[in-house]
Design a protein around this ligand. Structure first.
Ligand SMILES: Nc1ncnc2c1ncn2[C@@H]1O[C@H](COP(=O)(O)OP(=O)(O)OP(=O)(O)O)[C@@H](O)[C@H]1O
Ligand SMILES: [Mg+2]
Length: 353
């Protein structure tokens, strides 16, 4: 244990119970370098350097290229976020950084930067679970939100429904057995000839289509909260291939719409059923697919019918950002979690629980 860590443990204990903490959040788990400053639940700055244009031509994220671009972006981004927030770095109470899940090389860039930054300024450093960050951003987006609630985690790499008993106490009720929902959106988009990332493109195309193509619904007739998307994706691919073999034109908008309707139906169903099962009157949407308007509308509708209030972040806070990492740092401090020492490592496969 380093002398720095001993000092930081004491500093962290002094932060507990405060709701005006000034926190810097750093995110670099995939193709977005992001950084934000929060004061309590108020966003003072939110900077994102997206690499989408760089990776687009490869049809997905190339890990090594992502790491190199994080290195190029991170220092200016942190300085920019502090400047925009009007906060001197010495005034920060804590620094939070994503340690997983994500691409190992990309995670290490953010982590190495955050370690050096925190050590140089003698600030406590918190190792943030990216997925919990997606959930925690809701506390900033909806300042009156308090646990307990049931949440849907719908992102590029994860899909689950989970019970949030407290600020940093999450238990999974159901999870995907194969692909994540964002992954399914991206793969189906590819079949439809749409560029990466596919989710927003499918949503746009689906607006011009009808949901009249029949696709298989997994776990039909069961009360499971689990998900499965690979069968739906395969059905889309088979449908497209059959028409191609027959020389018929693919009804792209109808296929996008049918896929989106089914997937958003499954996710909204599982979320609201899970909340009813837990006798919980709040549901929360987390992760990039949460930007989908059909998903939001269906969750709102089904939740309202069951007397449940639905919460979700603005579209810009659904995909990866620094606010979510700062928000989860605040949750960790509030929940009595300890800060990290120098031996903090990255973990590509960190779990939600
Ligand atoms: N409007 C939308 N409709 C559907 N999917 C969307 C929409 N906007 C973004 N997505 C999807 O969200 C995913 C990105 O979300 P997010 O940034 O949370 O994932 P990630 O960080 O790559 O994965 P994880 O958070 O699981 O590690 C992509 O798969 C993208 O296609
Ligand atoms: Mg994410």
């Amino acid at each position: 244990m380093s002398a720095y860590f001993e000092r930081m443990k004491k500093k962290t204990d002094a932060l507990r119970g405060r709701d005006d903490l000034l926190i810097l959040g750093i995110e670099s788990s995939c193709d977005e370098t992001a950084c934000a400053v929060l004061r309590g639940r108020q966003i003072l700055s939110n900077k994102i350097a997206s690499q989408v244009e760089i990776h687009k031509r490869f049809g997905g994220v190339v890990p090594e290229i992502a790491s190199r671009n994080h290195v190029l972006a991170i220092d200016n981004l942190v300085k920019g976020a502090l400047e925009e927030a009007g906060v001197r770095q010495e005034k920060l109470d804590a620094v939070g950084v994503t340690y997983g899940a994500g691409l190992l090389g990309a995670l290490l860039v953010g982590e190495s930067y955050a370690k050096a930054f925190a050590y140089a300024l003698d600030k406590p450093l918190f190792a943030v679970n990216h997925i919990r960050g997606h959930i925690a951003v809701n506390y900033v987006a909806s300042p009156r939100l308090e646990p307990p609630f049931v949440c849907l985690i719908a992102s590029g790499g994860h899909t689950a429904v989970a019970f949030a008993a407290d600020y940093d106490e999450i238990s999974v009720m159901g999870t995907t057995q194969d692909d994540a929902c964002g992954e399914a959106f991206d793969k189906v988009a590819r079949v439809l000839g749409l560029p990466y990332p596919g989710g927003p493109q499918i949503e746009k195309l689906a607006a011009a289509g009808k949901p009249d193509i029949s696709l298989p619904r997994p776990f039909k007739g069961t009360d499971s909260f689990d998900f499965s998307f690979s069968g739906i994706k395969t059905a889309v691919i088979n449908y497209a291939n059959t028409l191609k073999m027959r020389g018929e034109e693919l009804p792209r908008a109808d296929l996008a719409c049918s896929f989106q309707e089914l997937v958003t139906d499954i996710m909204s169903d599982n979320l609201v059923r899970a909340a009813i099962a837990r006798k919980c009157d709040k549901v929360v949407i987390a992760g990039g697919v949460g930007a989908n308007k059909r998903l939001r509308a269906k969750v709102e509708e089904k939740a309202a019918a069951a007397g449940i209030t639905a919460f979700y972040p603005p579209v810009g806070l659904c995909t990866d950002n620094g606010v979510m990492i700062a928000a989860q740092t605040a949750c960790m401090i509030r929940a009595g979690r300890q800060c990290s020492d120098f031996d903090l490592d990255a973990d590509a496969d960190v779990r939600i629980e």
